[in-house]
Design a binder for this molecule. Sequence first.
Ligand code: ADP
Ligand code: MG
Ligand code: MG
Length: 254
Amino acid sequence: MSTLEIRDLHVSVDTDAGAREILRGVDLTVRSGETHAIMGPNGSGKSTLAYSIAGHPKYTITSGTVTLDGEDVLAMSVDERARAGLFLAMQYPVEVPGVSVSNFLRTSVTAVRGEAPKLRTWIKEMRTAMDDLSMDPAFAERSVNEGFSGGEKKRHEILQMQLLQPKIAILDETDSGLDVDALKVVSEGVNKVKASGDIGTLLITHYTRILRYIKPDFVHVFVDGRIVAEGGAELADELEANGYDTYVKAAASA
Ligand code: ADP
Ligand code: MG
Ligand code: MG
């Protein structure tokens, strides 16, 4: 049983015009087994939240706390955060030319588990995980994210999640750029990983459609760097019908 706790988190980013506050007091608790959807308009700070938790150097935490089972996440290096059980699937995964998917994943798994998996069991483990995600075995020998389609990039992220078995997974717009078939495969993959462990999931999305396949226990509406409304899955249906307009207007006049 794990708990990620975010308290009054304020985050700034350096711009040419100086530091700009993006997150303006975020409170959120994610426990093992729970699925939280963070939904909000573009530019509201959703990715900033994900990157801040993962430890991206571009973002400065100006106040607030993030803890995982009571441990200070903000004091950890990026590697330590991964070893502690945090996983971030990025909205825009980076290319790593010359490094195969297989080697990349084995290196990640070694870093997180603290020892390298034996080569034979590793190949088997990776093949099984790839099969679960309907991935062609040849995919393992391609360079990471190089020339990957949108669907392949996302599948590769979920493959990492499956192999790393994090305590808390943050999936940033895992649905973006996917057609319906790819969305289904990726969602089923996420659901399988979630079922295989007791993972707490923070699912960040702009659109409601992924929530048809991955059912959230909690929905948080994110506007202008803050959570402005919270509810259960029914809140996603309301957003689907009415959009973010009323929330954006209310936040602007607050
Ligand atoms: P979302 O993921 O909700 O679309 P982001 O977190 O990507 O929102 O961005 C929130 C705001 O912060 C936007 O106005 C964006 O331009 C700004 N921002 C985010 N990251 C940076 C950065 N590295 N440099 C400058 N501005 C940034
Ligand atoms: Mg956010
Ligand atoms: Mg984003």
